[in-house]
Design a protein around this ligand. Structure first.
Ligand code: SAH
Length: 241
């Protein structure tokens, strides 16, 4: 009897270790396959297939490290997940699409508004030169900063603040990704976009129908906007929404 108990006691830690380590790598590859097939089906977005480099980034970034442990088992489902403070990590397909739409290049300096978990910033990290990301919830900004550093995303800088005003010190940006819905396109962000630069932003009222918009500033500084597809994001908060 005593021997059985000892055996059980030693077996338990092994079992919990096995349960804590599902095959996230395989789940992640499956997630990217889902995204690829979705992208080819959604012709309305006019984007065609996603760039191989963007898909490669999604195959690398450990999304399970960016979500709370309670929802970790669902980390590679193609859906948004709660990250606390009433906020969410975006659906992986939308992250892929927004990343693809700004056509990231290795020399680019990119601004993200709405760091959240830091996942979108991590996906951008291997594709560009530098990522600057602003988060209005201080605790989320702190957590994302620590997480990105621990995972080795050394070219990402996170700051706590209101991203409506952009980050003038590091502007102009080759690309801007806004991951919270705004009633309008913030003029400071348009000003901080480089000629030839691209911005993606969900525009619409809080918790109602919003549209993902692509904003392009041409080399003569003319701004062109295009409505791409209906989306649902948490609202942009702060003084100027
Ligand atoms: N990109 C995130 C998802 C973010 S959800 C990720 O990959 O996980 C949108 C985020 O925008 C939330 O964390 C929210 O707190 C933040 N946010 C809302 N209004 C903001 C503002 N004015 N400035 C900066 N961040 C803002």
């Amino acid at each position: 009897m005593a021997r059985t108990l000892v055996l059980l006691a030693t077996a338990l830690p092994l079992l919990t270790a096995a349960a804590a380590e599902p095959d996230y790598g395989a789940a992640r590859q499956k997630m990217v396959e889902t995204i690829e097939s979705l992208a080819t089906r959604i012709a309305a977005a006019g984007t065609g297939s996603l760039a191989p480099s963007v898909l490669a980034a999604l195959r690398q970034v450990p999304r399970h490290e960016f979500v709370p442990t309670e929802v970790r088992a669902a980390a590679y489902d193609n859906r948004p997940l709660p990250i606390g403070y009433g906020q969410t990590i975006s659906q992986p397909y939308i992250v892929a699409l927004m990343t693809d739409l700004v056509r990231p290049d290795k020399d680019d300096v990119v601004l993200e508004v709405g760091t959240g978990s830091g996942y979108q910033a991590a996906v951008l990290s291997p594709l560009v030169s530098r990522v600057y990301s602003i988060e209005i919830v201080e605790a989320l900004a702190k957590r994302a900063t620590e997480r990105l550093a621990a995972l080795g995303y050394g070219n990402v800088t996170v700051r706590h603040g209101d991203g409506y005003h952009g980050w003038p010190e590091h502007s102009p940006f080759d690309a801007i990704i806004v991951t919270a819905a705004s009633s309008h396109i913030p003029p400071p962000l348009i000003r901080q976009l480089k000629p030839g630069g691209r911005m993606v932003i969900p525009v619409g009222p809080p918790f109602m129908a919003q549209n993902l918009m692509l904003v392009e500033k041409d080399t003569r500084e003319q701004v062109h906007t295009r409505t791409l597809l209906p989306v649902q994001f948490v609202p942009l908060t702060g003084g100027n929404r």
